[in-house]
Design a protein around this ligand. Structure first.
Ligand code: IPM
Ligand code: MG
Length: 372
């Protein structure tokens, strides 16, 4: 029996291209792993009414880790139209399978390292090395939403918000509600994960991102939880910054930042900003990490217009494989893989279109594999 079991979830569009690239480097690393393909994505929504079928959930219960490519999501009106005729009119609700995986398996850490590799023509500045810890299960992703809003909830809101009345007296379909729900437990554990990382990797500072001056209840709780946890790490500087301000400061002085920790939606936004500073979509890698399972994925989407062309940059996915190796405890292989990526970037001989070259997805993977 192989040492590890890895669920293989290419999904839609270029998810397939980049996972083929990942396979090339994994094969060169001779990881003792059983690769178990799983169904996920638009095709299963269209034909089964569920982009994350139960058999894939069952598979995820049986593996050590998963590698996930990308998913195509469309607005609900066009989604309904694409269902096979037998499923149309059934009032199925499309929910993002990646968000579902995060919640179902309590993958509470979204870890997104953003590092500039020397020689990358897409670097915003050299020597950026920021690690984003994004809460991954709640906040505005709680999934508690109302549209239309029932009369009961509308009345309840009026009693809680007597000073704000624009929505009072509106019909239920004239406004919509998405609940931002933050719990103390989830806030504490993501902040603790960030501080533990800082301690174990000799990082100097953790920046807590919030908007507690306005979103007093939920971000207030997040900030309070962060302050409590920070006390256990006196050797690490803890800084608090509003989410709007940090967007400005990150661009101005990226070298002032080290480890960032944020509630779910701010973390989503900030991690795209940080990824762009180190090369953009082709370089944004990510891990969704829980106690028992972790799902690794490039941060980019499925880019349908490039699907099957083997054109896109696989480095985001290959760096996600590096993260998976670390999570599995294969630190030496992880280190070798990252060094190979850094070497190929520094040499500049093999470059995909985003880097100004014309090499294919698989040629890039092959070049990295040959350095291993
Ligand atoms: C990400 C993505 C997802 C998210 C989408 C695809 C649901 O933007 O992983 O950052 O919002 O979390
Ligand atoms: Mg995102």
């Amino acid at each position: 029996m192989a040492k590890y079991r890895i669920a293989w979830l290419p999904g839609d569009g270029i998810g397939v291209d980049v996972l083929d690239a990942a396979k090339i480097v994994l094969d060169h690393l001779s990881l003792d792993a059983e690769i178990l393909p799983g169904d996920i994505g638009w095709e299963f929504w269209r034909t089964e009414g569920d982009p994350l079928p139960q058999r894939t959930i069952d598979l995820l219960h049986q593996v050590d880790a998963a590698l996930f490519g990308a998913i195509t999501s469309k607005p609900s009106d066009s989604a309904e139209a694409e269902l096979i005729p037998e499923l149309q009119g059934k009032h199925l609700v499309y929910r993002s399978p990646i968000v579902r995986m995060r919640q179902l398996f309590d993958l509470y850490i979204c870890l997104r390292p953003c590092k500039s590799y020397a020689g990358n023509p897409l670097n915003y500045k050299e020597n950026i090395d920021i690690v984003v810890f994004r809460e991954n299960t709640e906040d505005l992703y709680s999934g508690v939403e109302f549209a239309p809003v029932s009369e009961e909830i509308s009345k309840l809101l009026a009693t809680y918000s007597p000073n704000f009345s624009p929505f009072q007296g509106l019909a239920g379909d004239q406004f919509a509600i998405s609940c931002k729900i933050n719990t103390r437990l989830a806030s504490q554990r993501i902040v603790r994960a960030a501080f533990e990382f800082a301690r174990n990797h000799q990082r100097q500072k953790v920046t807590v991102i919030h908007k507690a001056n306005v979103v007093r209840a939920s971000d207030g709780l997040f900030l309070q939880a962060a302050r409590e946890v920070a006390k256990d790490y006196p050797e690490i500087q803890c800084e608090e910054t509003n989410v709007d301000a940090i967007c400005m400061w990150l661009l101005k002085n990226p070298h002032n930042y080290d480890v960032l920790v944020a509630p779910n939606l701010y973390g989503d936004i900030i991690s795209d900003l940080c990824a762009q500073m180190v090369g953009g979509l082709g370089f944004g890698c990510s891990g969704n990490i829980g106690e028992k399972l972790a799902v690794f994925e490039p941060t980019h989407g499925s880019a349908p217009k490039y699907a099957g062309q083997y054109k896109v940059n696989p480095i985001a996915t290959i760096l996600s494989v590096k993260m998976m190796l670390d999570w599995l405890g294969e630190a030496e292989k992880a280190k070798r893989l990252e060094a190979a990526v850094a070497e190929v970037i520094a040499e500049g001989k093999v470059r995909t279109y985003d880097m100004g070259g014309s090499h294919s997805t698989l040629e890039m993977a092959q070049a990295i594999a040959e350095k291993l």
